[in-house]
Design a protein around this ligand. Structure first.
Ligand code: UYC
Length: 229
């Protein structure tokens, strides 16, 4: 039957995040009227720091692909819902575009590339970062990438999520690997096909950090001052 748009709107504005996620999907499915509610909702929240609720709303409108929603996004959120801050003039728009479409595998590769760029041209060529350089990486750049992952994964992915899990496991790497499905028993998960490139993955599964050369890169990333405020 016809969903009651007004009822959904009131659930959207008063509900918990857990309620808001399915309500947003129902509004999008309800067509133009529902999408207008989503648009108003996003506009009303845009003074605040974006959460994964804003990310989901943005994604749903993006998926709608009507002229109205696309014009709305272009005019009001041309770079998405996360501020793409960088201290070094890096462009995070391509990462935003991949994550907003939940293209997690491509986004993971691009994240690795952006980290290499933060180190410099030698790292870009080498295709992996050297752990001693990581503490020099700008806070705002790491926070931007983390926020993009978090906001476009219903709060599941990102370095700060991995850090929280790692701390909650008493900083035990072995425990973290199993928790985030990077290892099962003695077997490392195989790149890329063993990993789960969608939201059915466990919390903290992405982005990846290749452990082939040891844990120092991951250790330096999760200990960066970006997560300590
Ligand atoms: N890979 O196994 N990985 C690669 C992971 C390991 C290996 C890339 C993560 C274990 C080789 C990414 C895990 C291991 C290559 C990841 C994982 C291993 C490769 C692409 C679980 C063997 C290069 C970016 C911890 C026992 C050959 C990059 C190839 C690539 C990520 C092997 C993102 C999280 C110890 C040989 N692995 N990696 O850095 O396929 O090359 O290109 O971590």
């Amino acid at each position: 039957e016809h969903p009651d748009i007004a009822e959904l709107e009131s659930q959207l504005t008063t509900g918990s995040e857990k309620t808001q996620l399915p309500v947003m999907a129902q509004l999008q499915a309800a067509g133009a009227d529902g999408c207008q509610v989503l648009q108003r909702f996003l506009l009303n929240r845009r003074q605040d720091v974006a959460t994964f609720i804003d990310g989901r709303g943005y994604e749903l409108l993006l998926q709608t692909e009507t002229d109205e929603t696309q014009t709305f996004l272009q005019e009001n959120f041309p770079a998405g819902v996360v501020a793409l801050n960088s201290e070094v003039g890096a462009d995070y728009l391509p990462l935003q575009k991949l994550l907003a479409r939940q293209q997690f595998e491509e986004a993971d590769r691009l994240t690795l590339h952006k980290l290499c760029e933060l180190e410099g041209p030698v790292a870009v060529k080498r295709k992996w970062i050297y752990f001693t350089q990581i503490e020099q990486f700008p806070i705002s750049d790491l926070q931007t990438m983390d926020r993009l992952w978090f906001v476009h994964s219903e709060g599941k992915f990102g370095f700060s999520v991995q850090r929280q899990l790692w701390l909650s496991l008493g900083r035990n790497w072995e425990a973290l690997w199993s928790k985030i499905d990077w290892r099962t028993g003695r077997d490392w998960t195989r790149y890329p096909d063993g990993f789960t490139w969608d939201l059915t993955a466990p919390k903290g599964h992405l982005p990846l950090s290749n452990q082939l050369r040891g844990v120092q890169v991951m250790n330096a990333l999760l200990n960066h001052p970006a997560w300590k405020s």
